[in-house]
Structures are given as C-alpha cells and as structure tokens.
Design a protein around this ligand. Sequence first.
Ligand code: NAP
Length: 513
Amino acid sequence: MTTLETEPAPAPTAAAAVREVDVAIIGSGFAGLCMAIALRRRRQTDFVVLERGDDVGGTWRDNTYPGAACDVQSNLYSFSFAPNPDWPRSYSEQPEIQEYLRSTADRFGVRPHCVFGADVTSARWDDAARRWDITTTAGRFRSRILVSAAGALADPTYPDIPGLDTFAGTVMHSARWDHGHDLTGERVAVIGTGASAIQVVPAIQPIVESIAVYQRTPAWVVPRTDHPVAPWLKLLYRFVPGLQKAIRAFLYLVREFLVLGMAKNRRLLTPVGKLARAHLHRQVRDPKLRAALTPDYTIGCKRILISNDYFPAVAAPNAELVTAGIAEVRPTSIVAQDGVERPTDTIVLATGFHVTDLPIAQKICGRDGRSLADVWSEGMVTNRSAAVAGFPNMFLLVGPNVGVGHTSMVYMIESQVAYVDDALATMDAEGLEVLETTPEAQDAYRAMIAEKSKGTVWLAGGCASWYLDEHGHNTTLWPDFTFRFRKLTKKLDRENYVGIPAGAPTSTEEVAA
Ligand code: NAP
C-alpha cells in the first residue's frame, strides 16, 4: 500500500460550538488507527479521532511500566498492510511498538484527524437529526457514524483493599507508571501476577531492596523465545517483503493450533502444560516455592504467560512470594491474612483493567436514551461483536467477544475494521442514512458464542478469570479459530440490519431492510 498524502480535516473555528463530521472514532490505539487508515483508503477525510491522551497509541502509549513488552511476535503483532522490517527483537518492547504506532499514524495521514485531550464524556444518538451528539473535554462534535475503538485494556482496575487509601507511600498502577518515582533501594509490593506483573517484577527486582509479590492465583508460564533480529535479516525483510509475510503466516498458523486445545479438545493442551511445568522445575529449585507457583487449573483457562526471568526474579534472595492474601494496608506496611506485616515504601498495582464492565459503555446512549451499560446489565450482547440494536450507526471495535489470548489482537482488529468498512460502503451504495442491527441478530450471535464456548478451557478449565462476566458467560473472547471470525466479518450481514434511506421516516420500524 502506498503512503497516503496528509490532508487535514477542516479545523474547527473558534466560534463553532459543535463540530460536524461524518465519522467520529473514539480512541487512537491499534483499533482506532486501523479504522482511520481504512477511511483514508476510501478517500474519506471527513472524520475525527477523539483521543483523551496527548498522542496516539492507546494501551501501548499508556503502559510504560518497566519491562513492558508484547508477548506476541512483532511480525504478527503489527498491521498486515504496514510491515516493519526494522523490529529490533522478535518480541518488541513497549517503546518500539509505540514508535511503530506513531510512525504508522503519520505515514497514513491520520494524525491531522486526531483531536488530542478529547476525553469522551457522553455520546448520544439524536433520532430526529440522525446524528450522534458527542461531548468531550475538547468540545462538542456531531457525527453520522460513531466508531468506538476505546479498547478493553484502557481503564485500570484499582482493587478494593481495606486501608489502601491510607497508605502514606507511593501507590501506582502498572498502566499508569510514575517515572518520576525512583524505586532504587525501596521495599516494594507488587499486587497481582498477570501478564503485566510478570514483566514488572523481573524489571525492578534487581534495583529494589526487597520485593513482595502478592499472588492470588498462580499463572502458567512458558519460555519466551525472544531474540534480537540480526541486521542481515532486517535487510532481507526490507528487500524480500514476501519473507516477512511468510514468517507472519507461519507464526499465525502455529498459534492457531492452540485453539484446538483451548476450544475443541482440552487434552491437546497437555503438552503445553508439561512445557510450563518443566519450565518451572528448571527455574525454581525450592519445592515450597515451586508448589506455590503451580496453578491448579488447566493451562489456557487464564492467559498463558511467557517469561524467562519471572521465576528467577521471584526466587531471588530479595524477593518473597506472598500467597496468604492481603488483610489490610496500613500507612507504612501491608498486613497479610496470616498476620505477617511487611514494611512497604511503594505499592505497584498490577491488577488489570475494566474488561467486562467497559467504562465507555456508560457514556454511549442509544435511541431510547439508555446507555450501553444499562442495555448490557445482563451481559454484553452484540451482532458480530460490532453492532448493538438500539444504537444506530454505531460500531464497536475491540468490544465483546473479539478478545484472543493465543494470538495477535491486530488480526482481530483488521477483521473488525473490514466489517465496519463494508457497512459504510453498503450505506453509501444504498443511500442509507441509518443502519441498525436487529435484536434477533444479536440473540442469534449470543447463542452462537454460547454454543462455541461450551466445553472450552475458558469455561471448563477450573479458574476464575476476567474472560467471563459476573454471570459466568464468556463475553470477552472469540471462542473459535480466528480465521472463522474473519470469514464471519468479511462482509456486512445485510439481512441482519434495518436501513433507512435519507429523507425516509425516522423510525427504523417503518422501513424494512
Ligand atoms: P490481569 O491479567 O487482569 O491480572 C491482574 C492480576 O491482579 C491477577 O493476578 C489478579 O489475580 C490480580 N488481582 C486483581 N485484583 C486483585 C486483588 N484485589 N487482590 C489481589 N490480587 C488481585 O491484568 P494484567 O496483568 O494487567 O493483564 C491484562 C491483560 O493485558 C492481559 O491479559 C493481556 O491481554 C494484556 N497484557 C499483554 C501483555 C503483552 O505482553 N502483550 C502484557 C501485559 C498485559 P487473579 O488472577 O486471582 O484474579
């Protein structure tokens, strides 16, 4: 694909209280950028990307904790249309991924469409005007189409631990790292043992006086086959792009094999479990610590983590794995449920994100004025993970049931963007002003997800995870091969939508699809 010329959207005049645009995209992470690039490719320039931060990048801009890196190889964890021959390592670190997103935004002319510092506080569908009314901290906007690409790893979860608010030292979430705070020589507590924690712990353990890792549930960890990319290979990638493409396809296929075990036949995960056990045995000698680090659920039930330095860091002389649970936090210490009090200078919360209760859902209100969060109070429902009945001309990216633990989210994002792109093309081709999915389509999609989820490791693997909502339903993961999702979302399922042509009556019920 060639570089698109930068063609800025018209700047709002100082007097304009409300800026009218055709499409408003919320968020400029991988999903928001991908959507914006798709619009540019259709020569659409009348759009804005509303970004609450001061730069593009989304979760990769915000997660700057020490050790932050991707656990999917960069040749796969990148846009198919924007390969990067210069990845320094097979698994890139946060700064390189953020730089990739920044340069991709510039290369495809997205940045002039971005409105930074625009935190969306509400987006309401005005049925009479057939427009979305969007209020942000950077002004008001009106759009025909709303695409929420706010992401699932956007808003950190702060645990409800007694006394946490009385702590006199520093408390920081892994997703909001305070780089002005030097941990050297401090007594640090890390709460959580998920994908973020296992990267933070080895990165800070060598510099702190002591580190206590508060583990609620141990994670399955497999070796990380990371290596620098040799200069000759970068040259090859540059001059033989087909090679990088072939490696990408190979990585994709290998990872897709995991779905066989996770979603089809859990016994196929046995070798992966053995690999993780052997890794733990090799790296941790102390049988007591080993036992404490051994999960009691099937591998894959929670995200499989990859690390070569997490276990050695936890086994280091200045480290301690605390499994007793936290009773309370005091101004200068943490008291575990076994009564042991550990003096603490800084608490790192590696406690994850609001995934099944997406905060953006409280801000988007549909035709009857109800928010997505209200409509979803019994669980998140959509048609094809993208559209919701009662929310005309709105599409979700990285919303319900598109999550993947075994492969690249970027693959899913590109599938979703193709679907939204086809929806917009259909609206143009048919002269539709409004497009809205039906409740029946949602019910059918929900039933399909429930059927596919039956017997999968995520439901039957014996763990509690944020993949499931409070009702125990899988509302976050795509429970099948990802190529099936791509096939399902290749084209708009027009039969599942009601469309209203421009000038036709307002109520969608008056016009049959
Ligand atoms: P996470 O997977 O949700 O892990 C949160 C951790 O905090 C869990 O160990 C959880 O324990 C613990 N926790 C939560 N509340 C707690 C409480 N009140 N008391 C004690 N412990 C508590 O969050 P994350 O590690 O930030 O990862 C989130 C997602 O981000 C990942 O699944 C992945 O998709 C993504 N991520 C990716 C990478 C990458 O390399 N690509 C890196 C980091 C993150 P329980 O297990 O018992 O709930």
